[in-house]
Design a protein around this ligand. Structure first.
Ligand code: AMP
Ligand code: GLY
Length: 421
């Protein structure tokens, strides 16, 4: 089978790495890919959001299957466009990808179907939003409606901070059209956990639980990023909590989307908070998370291409998905300054000395002499496993040790809070 993966980050490297192990995948392509991905797939220079060019290329090159990984092409309807050309595609259609693309939509859906989440209101005019903040008081959470690279959320400790966030989103145009509608919600408390699940429109099969680290610096300080490190499984996610989540959140979400005429096929990402009143949804994403995917797929034993096909065919219930025991950790090595401004083009050294870990490339390109250069904010994801979380984390840090480039930055406390209690 000829398979194309759309995207070019660490998540896509992990997906390609895993798909390349399937005996059914005979030719693997990735668009646009990156330098690391080129070791397992042929990279095709088409931007992930260029729907027309992507579909045309898939058609011209007779792809049997296309896996769309990132949020923007999903929200743009790339899966619909591929299907319209008769090409098998993995990922939600546009009308289901909206659970990530519009927070206002997903909050409304949860309310209608009694899926536990923070109380909220949606606003399109600033004055009412500011009045609502005065009425509710702080702490309070302000979110831009649309896609904002995981950075459109302000957890405000004071009324002033919340109002400032509303003003920036609604009049400052900080997130463009994504900020013209804001969702203001109750501030929940409790540990967070992420559960990604495979979905086939009808059935939902959770992967192992995972834990992301969104802030840029140690101790959860600094700005929000796409994620600075992740591990699996989460010690917070007990079998009892898993059962509650299945009954109160996962199955009801699938049923709600189906009832709305938006059956979800692909990977659905449940960002959860384990509040004193039980698990609640913080956010839905319509795709694999990054860097959670690197840790998760490192632990997956089942053929990923079989799983993707079952999702498309609606036969997930007939598959027994197997995971390795123990834990896995993905440590993100980023460019200094990320998520704000950072340099590109720095030479990466030490990759050939990494031991007992696998390095997924997120933002790399080849230099003139075939050397690896930095080419993004998140550059590498050093991924390792261990019998325990502590061992997996330790192996990831030891794996990263030989790697270096100018201004390289990483958090030194991935998993620490969970290991130390
Ligand atoms: P989101 O992009 O919606 O996942 O939000 C980013 C982060 O903001 C989450 O991972 C939480 O840490 C935090 N957050 C979002 N919504 C809430 C809420 N209602 N209460 C408390 N924290 C929240
Ligand atoms: N790591 C968070 C995300 O992919 O949205």
């Amino acid at each position: 089978m000829k398979v194309l993966v759309v995207g070019g980050g660490g998540r896509e490297h992990a997906i390609c790495w895993k798909l390349a192990q399937s005996p059914k995948v005979t030719e693997l392509y990735c668009a646009p890919g990156n330098a690391g991905i080129s070791s397992v797939a042929t990279c095709v220079p088409i931007g992930a959001t260029d729907v027309d060019a992507m579909v045309q290329w898939a058609k011209d090159n007779s792809m049997d299957f296309v896996m769309v990984a990132p949020d923007d092409p999903l929200a743009l309807g790339m899966v619909d466009a591929l299907e319209a050309e008769g090409i098998r595609a993995f990922g939600p259609r546009k009308n289901a990808a909206i659970i990530e693309a519009s927070k206002a939509f997903s909050k409304e859906l949860m309310k209608k179907y009694h899926i536990p989440t923070a109380a909220y209101q949606t606003f399109t005019d600033q004055e009412s939003a500011l009045a609502y903040i005065d009425q509710q008081g702080a702490p309070i959470v302000v979110k831009a409606d649309g896609l904002a690279l995981g950075k459109g959320v302000t957890v405000a400790a004071t009324v002033e901070e919340a109002k400032q966030a509303v003003k920036e989103m609604m009049e400052g145009g900080k997130f463009g059209a994504s900020g013209s509608t804001v969702v203001i919600e109750e501030c929940m408390t409790g540990p967070e956990v992420t559960v990604l699940a495979f979905a086939d429109g009808e059935h939902v099969v959770p992967m192992l639980s995972s834990q992301d680290h969104k802030r840029a610096y140690d101790g959860n300080q600094g700005p929000n990023t796409g994620g600075m490190g992740a591990f699996t499984p989460s010690p917070n996610y007990t079998p009892e909590i898993a059962k509650t989540c299945m009954e109160q959140i996962f199955l009801p979400t699938m049923a709600a989307l189906k009832a709305e005429g938006r059956p979800f096929k692909g990977v659905i990402y449940f960002g959860l908070m384990l509040t004193p009143k039980g698990p609640k949804v913080v956010e839905y994403n319509a795709r694999f998370g990054d860097p959670e995917t690197q840790a998760l797929l490192y632990q997956l034993d089942t053929d990923l291409f079989d799983i993707f096909n079952a999702c498309v065919d609606g036969t997930l219930d007939q598959l027994d998905i197997q995971w390795k025991d123990g834990a896995a950790c993905c440590l993100v090595l980023a460019s200094g300054g990320y998520p704000l401004s950072y340099e590109k083009g720095n030479v990466i050294s030490g990759l050939d000395q990494v031991k007992d870990a696998f390095v997924f490339h997120a933002g790399t390109k080849f230099g003139a002499d075939g050397e690896y250069l930095t080419n993004g904010g998140r550059v590498l994801g050093v991924t390792a496993r261990g019998a325990t979380l502590a061992e997996a984390v330790d192996n990831a840090y030891r794996g990263a040790k030989p790697i270096h480039w100018k201004d390289m930055h990483f958090r030194t406390d991935i998993g620490k809070v969970w290991i130390n209690g």
